[in-house]
Design a protein around this ligand. Structure first.
Ligand code: ADP
Ligand code: ADP
Length: 227
């Protein structure tokens, strides 16, 4: 699902953000990406979502060699990736329904499909009773769940999350992770970047650790560490 082959990324200013990163996340896997601030996590996610390109090496997503993707195809490739951010980037003046429906409207689905899919997505995140609410009236955890519903509504095979629990307390963070587990059980690949080691330590998931742009560990969470 995600394959990095000896990937290096140096920004135009000369800052090397990733060096010779090599790993593979299988279809249907759930894994965490961790490391200190500046370790290269965001850069790695940006390479997956085609917001940045590597200088050296290959990135493959769902069989597509991203180096061969033309500018016109970027939006099409991104449809396979549900992106979840720390700041959920919801439209605060639009209802929960409208926020979640957005990706489907962009893809040009029929009203019937949109209603069905939005309803299914809100059901999965437990927010069916908030369909007509404005996000501003919801709690932080609920807003994050709206963001997740929007990310999954077009049923991408891969969910990519960047610090999805950044603003949440440990209990709510765990609820969000449980949601990711639900999607993973349904066959979706899940890749979560976080510096919340406490959260990871409570679970036994594969954890990839970056340090200074290099992948220093790849194993079950207990064995991981930054030192
Ligand atoms: P993390 O997400 O782990 O905090 P980043 O990928 O944001 O790490 O950053 C890795 C390194 O690349 C850092 O040294 C950072 O300063 C640098 N960097 C990130 N984005 C840019 C950019 N757009 N231009 C120049 N340097 C950048
Ligand atoms: P249909 O496949 O006919 O469009 P539904 O939209 O009702 O049917 O969804 C069928 C099943 O798929 C439901 O059990 C629903 O919970 C589940 N589902 C909906 N969205 C997703 C998703 N993004 N990822 C995984 N399963 C989903």
């Amino acid at each position: 699902m995600i394959k990095f082959e000896e990937v290096s990324k140096t920004y135009p200013g000369g800052q090397q953000a990733l060096s010779k990163v090599d790993f593979h996340v299988e279809q249907g896997e759930m894994a965490f990406l961790t490391g200190h601030s500046g370790a290269g996590k965001s850069t790695l996610l940006k390479l997956i979502s085609l917001m940045e390109r590597p200088n050296v090496g290959r990135v493959l997503i769902n069989g597509h060699d991203l180096g061969k993707v033309k500018r016109k195809q970027v939006a099409y490739i991104r449809r396979d990736i549900g992106m979840i951010f720390q700041s959920h980037q919801l439209l605060m003046g639009k209802s929960v329904f409208d926020n979640v429906a957005l990706p489907l409207i962009i893809e040009g689905h029929t009203r019937k499909t949109i209603f069905k899919r939005v309803d299914a997505a809100l059901e999965m995140v437990g927010l069916r009773d908030k369909t007509k609410s404005l996000p501003i009236t919801l709690s932080g955890g609920e807003q994050q769940r709206v963001g997740i519903a929007r990310a999954v509504v077009n049923r991408p095979p891969l969910l990519l999350a960047d610090e999805p629990t950044g603003n949440l307390d440990p209990k709510l963070s765990m609820e969000i992770i449980r949601l990711f587990e639900d999607f993973n059980s349904a066959g979706v690949s899940v890749f979560i970047a976080t510096h919340d080691l406490g959260l990871i330590a409570r679970m036994k998931y594969r954890t990839l650790t970056l340090k200074g742009g290099r992948m220093i560990t790849d194993g079950l969470s207990q064995q991981g560490g930054w030192s």
